[in-house]
Design a protein around this ligand. Structure first.
Ligand code: NAD
Ligand code: ZN
Length: 244
């Protein structure tokens, strides 16, 4: 891997406008399972497949079961930013990295100090009442549950919904537009820890027209052929070796 790391270091040194595009694999080293690894959520036993539980229809028709899964598998307390989150935050601070576009909903990039983060799928840290739209933080969701485990609004008693883009829901226009703008202006795109199979998010990387595209993933992905540099390894271990 040494040669690949040296090449990545060269790319980072030469670039002025880096964009990072990431997914669940960025947070596995923080102890949050991804979806598609062998020990990911898709390979664990549950009564429904995760993409069904995490759909809008399921949320409104089977809210109890949604929250049972959500509390057990998505809301993992105590997760801390890992070496990947920290290095990316440092890159932004030094003016090298212009944006992080993430499919993750765990808020760990911001916890590491990153500012310009486009959360394509929203965040578990923000939650709204489905009736009066009052805002609730994560702590409220964790500490408040009715007899079915559902968090309810302290203003109108309606169900609270996480500000997370569920299956069947659309991505926010302004976040897509900001992501596209950052990708178009980037001279280096680093894609890491994503299977690039969740659309439309994965399709956004096609807006990058620069020359250097780096892919960091434990396994091969569909985009390995189009990358100028592919590093098969753990993203925290890889990025921690880069100097900025
Ligand atoms: P995915 O589960 O489909 O793919 C994760 C990819 O990361 C896999 O290819 C895996 O091999 C790789 N990977 C795992 N650990 C890695 C590591 N340490 N270093 C390098 N690569 C690693 O995830 P996805 O592509 O992001 O799509 C899944 C969807 O699930 C997304 O929409 C995301 O919102 C959501 N999700 C989010 C979280 C989170 O917020 N942390 C967790 C699970 C799922
Ligand atoms: Zn309310």
């Amino acid at each position: 891997m040494k040669e690949e790391i040296e090449k990545l270091q060269r790319y980072v040194d030469e670039s002025k406008s880096i964009v990072f595009f990431g997914g669940a694999g960025v947070s596995t080293e923080s102890g949050i399972p991804d979806f598609r690894s062998v020990d990911g959520l898709y390979n664990q036993q549950w009564d429904w497949p995760p993409e069904e539980i995490l759909s809008s229809t399921f949320f409104y028709t089977n809210t109890k079961e949604f929250y049972r899964f959500y509390r057990a598998k998505i809301l993992l307390q105590g997760a801390k930013p890992n070496a990947a989150h920290l290095k990316l935050a440092e890159m932004e601070k030094k003016g090298k990295l212009k944006a992080i576009i993430t499919q993750n909903i765990d808020g760990l990039h911001q916890a590491a100090g990153s500012k310009n983060v486009f959360e394509l799928h929203g965040s578990t840290l923000r939650n709204y009442c489905t009736s009066c739209h009052k805002f609730f933080d994560l702590e409220y969701i964790i500490n408040n549950r009715d007899e079915n485990g559902i968090p309810r609004c302290d203003n109108c008693n309606s169900i609270i919904k996480p500000d997370v883009v569920l299956y069947e829901e659309s991505l926010k226009k302004n976040i897509i537009n900001s992501s596209i703008k950052a990708l178009k202006e980037a001279d280096l795109l680093i894609i890491g820890g994503t299977s690039l199979t969740v659309y439309p998010a994965a399709g956004l990387v096609n807006y990058f027209t620069g020359e250097k595209l780096v892919l960091i993933n434990k396994d091969s992905t569909t985009e390995d052929e189009i990358a100028t540099l592919v590093i098969h390894g753990k993203i925290g271990e890889v990025l921690s070796q880069i100097q900025v």
